[in-house]
Design a protein around this ligand. Structure first.
Ligand code: ZN
Length: 223
């Protein structure tokens, strides 16, 4: 999956490309940015790999996810829509690279390199959200995601967001200024533009509460 910074930066680029009337519906930018991290946040929900909530959320049918989310907080739903657009578009390049590379953890390292490339391409520094913004969104996020999975509880979301913040602090501290792989990242530019276009379209649908069947027919983890 695209990394934290790729999701964060490209969701902001998509936001800038939205029409003013759509942008005006996204009143809470913090929830938009948290939504942009989609199901990735919930990898921290329970650390049991087989029953991991983040994995389950990524396996859900996108139409089901957005039919539910679009009835709730529009800012969170719009951010989550960019997550879907990016996951379902950029992941194909990651799988293609992984197939050609024998380095251990190639998948994750390549995703981090994309984060660095995106940060440079859009001249946007890789930042994380302050703890109060993350943990302060507990109730709002719980209200949005509880419909997606019956097992989600308020205490669970609260604990998850605390862990998630610690995780983001770690990736922020460990981020690199150089690429791990000798790869022409500019060759990904058309794919990145495609993912932004798709994000813009998905956000429009979510704000209009009109979940287009074709647009939302892909999997979060599209191969
Ligand atoms: Zn994801």
């Amino acid at each position: 999956m695209p990394d934290y910074f790729t999701h964060s930066i490209l969701s902001q680029v998509a936001f800038e490309r939205l029409e003013k009337n759509v942008r005006d519906c996204i009143a809470d930018r913090k929830l938009y940015l948290l939504g942009a991290q989609g199901g990735d946040v919930f990898f921290m929900y329970n650390l049991n790999k087989s029953a991991n909530l983040g994995r389950r959320l990524h396996a859900l049918d996108a139409q089901f996810v957005f039919e539910n989310l679009c009835r709730d907080n529009p800012s969170y739903a719009a951010g989550y829509a960019t997550h879907y657009a990016l996951d379902s578009t950029i992941h194909t390049a990651v799988y293609a690279f992984e197939a050609t590379c024998r380095a251990p953890f190639a998948h994750l390292a390549f995703e981090k390199d994309i984060g660095l490339y995106v940060s440079r391409k859009f001249s946007t520094p890789r930042k994380i959200m302050p703890k109060d913004d993350v943990c302060g969104a507990t109730f709002a996020i719980y209200d949005c995601v509880k419909k997606l999975d019956d097992s989600i509880t308020l205490t669970g979301v609260e604990r998850c967001l605390k862990r998630y913040f610690i995780y983001t602090r770690t990736i922020y501290a460990r981020k690199k200024q150089t690429y791990k792989f000798d790869y022409d990242y500019s060759s990904l530019s058309p794919l990145i533009e495609k993912s932004i276009d798709k994000a813009v379209q998905c956000v429009r649908c979510v704000i209009e509460q009109n979940i287009d069947e074709k647009l939302f027919s892909e999997s979060f983890l599209q191969h």
